[in-house]
Design a protein around this ligand. Sequence first.
Ligand SMILES: O=C(O)COP(=O)(O)O
Ligand SMILES: [Mg+2]
Length: 234
Amino acid sequence: MRPTIQAAIIDLDGTMVDTLGDFEVALNRTLADLDLPPVTRSLVERTVGKGSEHLIRSVLAHQLALPEAGVSACVTVDALYEPAWQRYQHHYLRCNGQHSALYPGVQDALKALSEAGIPLACLTNKPLSFAKPLLAAKGIDGYFTQVFGGDSFERKKPDPLPILKTCEALGTALAQTLMVGDSSNDAQAAHAAGCPVVLVTYGYNHGRPVQETPAAAWLDSLALLPAWLQAKNT
Ligand SMILES: O=C(O)COP(=O)(O)O
Ligand SMILES: [Mg+2]
C-alpha cells in the first residue's frame, strides 16, 4: 500500500526559525530612517505571518497613530509604504539570520524525514530573497528540493495557490502532502487546498493559541514529527 503521506511542505518563520529578532531589527532601522518610534517585539509577533507588505503596512499604521510619533494626519501609510519597503529590504538583507535561531529539534527532524525518503519543500510568506539566504545561514537549505516565498506566486498563504503550486512542483497528490506550519494562515491554505496539516505550538499565530485552529495534530516540537508521520504511514 502507498504511504498516506509522501511529502511535506514546511513553513519557515515561527516553524523552523525563530525570526522575531531579525524582523524587529530590520523594522526598527526602517522606522528610525523614517523618524518614527520603534516597535515592540510583541507587536511584531502579533503582526508577522502574512508577508512583508502586510507587516510593513500594519506597523506603519500602528506607529503613525502613536501620540509620540508627532506626525500630522496628512502623512498616510500609502505615502510612506514605498520608501519604507525600500529601506526594509536594505536592512533585512543585512541583518537576516543574525538575530534569529533554529528552534530545538528542527535539524534532527529534517534529517530524519530526509532519511525516511520524504521529499521536503519550504513554503514561506517571506520574500524568496530573504528565505533562501536564511535557510543557508541556518544550515538547513540542503534538505529542501523546493523553496518558495511570498513573492513566488500571485497570492500568498492563507490562499491555497502556493500549496497547489508547491504540490505540483513536488509531483505529489494534495491529500498525500502534509503542510507543517505555525499559524492559521498555514492551516487555512492547507484546508482549502485539501492537504492534511500539522501545527507547531511555539510559533506566531497572531497572538492566539494555535490549538484553536483545526489540524491533524499540534506538536510542541518538530522533533516529534518523524514519529507522528511514521505512525500515520503504518
Ligand atoms: O514573512 C512572513 O510574514 C511569515 O512567513 P512564514 O510564512 O514563513 O511564517
Ligand atoms: Mg510561520
